[in-house]
Design a binder for this molecule. Sequence first.
Ligand SMILES: [Zn+2]
Length: 323
Amino acid sequence: MFKWLQKKNQKQGSTKDYIHMQGDHAVLVDSVKVSESAGKANEAIPIPLGCWVWMELPGKQERLLGFVYLDSTAGLSVQGGLESAENVEELAGYIVRLRMPLPPIRQLTFEEISNRGLPPTPSWLEHYGPQPDPGAAWHSDPHLKGLLHASFPDDIQVLVHDGEPRRTKREPELCWVRILTTEQGPTRRYIFIQQATTLTKSEFDRKYEPNDVVYVAKLLNTPHKLKTVCQGDTIRFLAGGGLQHPLHVSTQYLQERVRWFIAPCDKCGMGECLDPPSTMIELRFKTLSDPEIKMAEPFSFSSFCPRCGGHQFLSRDEKEVSL
Ligand SMILES: [Zn+2]
């Protein structure tokens, strides 16, 4: 496993306080109350982005009535006022930064919005620039569950790379990207090899179900050593398929992936590779001339997993599964 990733995995700790307040009516957060609120919180509740909400405030008798929005610097926030506010203009004095797990929060019903005479969006929202699409499919994508940034719901860490480190001599880097959209890619198919997994066939089929979603995103970080990608680039990545982190993929990889079945790594379960299969073949079978490789249908080969050094197996034919 990449050394930096090993250290990161060891460091992952508990969630920090999820809430703080600022603005005209700053409220000190009582850590005991925060814990109580967090205890009552329901992590399964989707973030009601772009909605009017009721929210309990630690140490306050009255609820907050506010609107959930994205502050491009501070993250996911609720701005509003106490429920006793008499008009909409008063609903702007409190700003609460949301962290996971969410505090007790409930979306207003249509009737409540109507009774209070609330507009679809508050007038101050325009000051915060473009807002994420609350209906974006990736917010509820099971493959991204728990991976999206708690305060920036379109942001996610992706393993960005130049290709296999054994070829490029440069390790992948974990970088933040902002998802822009999704598109249909090649259907990624996998081979079940009983000796190479501890999963039963049905568990394997659930974990490695054929998936054709490709995420398109903007790279937010400046990679330290990578040469093929820069901050601001539009990249594509995949999720699911036994990946610990979503994986950056090249256009060539996507074009070739449709022709291959992959038996995931027998140690870590990674079901994708860093280089397109043709590049992997070229690196591993230098003694074969190109025509020989091209003629070898069906072609299959095993490869060391780029993440942990286990074994992956690639085949152009699902039946070609002998190791
Ligand atoms: Zn592995």
